[in-house]
Design a protein around this ligand. Structure first.
Ligand SMILES: CC(C)(COP(=O)(O)OP(=O)(O)OC[C@H]1O[C@@H](n2cnc3c(N)ncnc32)[C@H](O)[C@@H]1OP(=O)(O)O)[C@@H](O)C(=O)NCCC(=O)NCCS
Length: 208
């Protein structure tokens, strides 16, 4: 059974909240295509660019905004399973009614997944600012982390590094049961932040 099918089984009974849902649950509907099946692929390039071209959304990443589709293509390479066989990455779409448009790229409101897994799976997520503050990231991360160790049984922990001042992300991780393990001082640089040398917290979820 594929990851998507497993998540479909796990998530079938779950009602979407706040007019959106993680397509983690979209599963096997005939309306599901490669663009909206939740499985991350190069088909999501334009929707990803729509998010990564916004300064506000990307300011916590030392990469900063993507300035073109080509830049975005390189940046998203690590999320693609063909480059990173252990990657487990999902697109999050608006529910296909209510707020959604006919343009699937615009319905893509977020991405969640492991951009690296060696030696330990490391998670990242980003949502379009128009979707912030509605509980979508918390909903997505709860489902993601709740299924991760079933999908990736060879790993026993899921980690996330977060800037000590990125309060929304810290809240999301805590709400989903991630635990603070350590803080690294000045371990990376973001040129547009003050101070430029940043401190970050390692959050961990263990498969216990
Ligand atoms: C972090 C991010 C994914 C959160 O997405 P979201 O859908 O808004 O998250 P949720 O709505 O599920 O939860 C956000 C929480 O932060 C709170 N919050 C929002 N802004 C805040 C602020 N400035 N200070 C403190 N808390 C804040 C919200 O109130 C909410 O907490 P609550 O449920 O206790 O009220 C989103 O802000 C984002 O994409 N940021 C840019 C990328 C990023 O930082 N990724 C993570 C890198 S580690």
């Amino acid at each position: 059974m594929s990851s998507i099918q497993m998540l479909f089984v796990n998530g079938f009974a779950k009602e979407p909240i706040n007019g959106a849902y993680a397509e983690l649950f979209a599963g096997l509907s005939p309306e599901i295509t490669s663009l909206n099946n939740g499985g991350w692929s190069i088909d999501h390039l334009e929707g990803y660019y729509r998010i990564w071209s916004i300064k506000e959304a990307t300011r916590w990443s030392s990469h900063g905004i993507c300035t073109s589709l080509d830049d975005t293509r390189s940046w998203m390479a690590a999320l693609l399973v063909e480059n990173n066989p252990d990657a487990e990455v999902y697109a999050i779409f608006l529910k296909p009614d209510e707020l959604a448009t006919d343009d699937q790229d615009k319905n893509l409101i977020g991405v969640i997944g492991t951009h690296k897994t060696d030696p330990i799976p490391e998670l990242s997520y980003i949502f379009h600012p128009s979707a912030w503050g509605k509980g979508y990231a918390t909903e997505a991360l709860k489902e993601y982390s709740g299924n991760y160790f079933t999908l990736k049984s060879k790993f026993d922990q899921l980690t996330a590094w977060v800037d000590t001042e990125n309060l929304p992300s810290i809240k999301v991780l805590r709400k989903c049961g991630f635990v603070e393990e350590k803080t690294e001082k000045g371990d990376y640089v973001i040129p547009w932040m003050e101070p430029q040398k940043r401190d970050s917290i390692l959050f961990v979820m263990k498969n216990e």
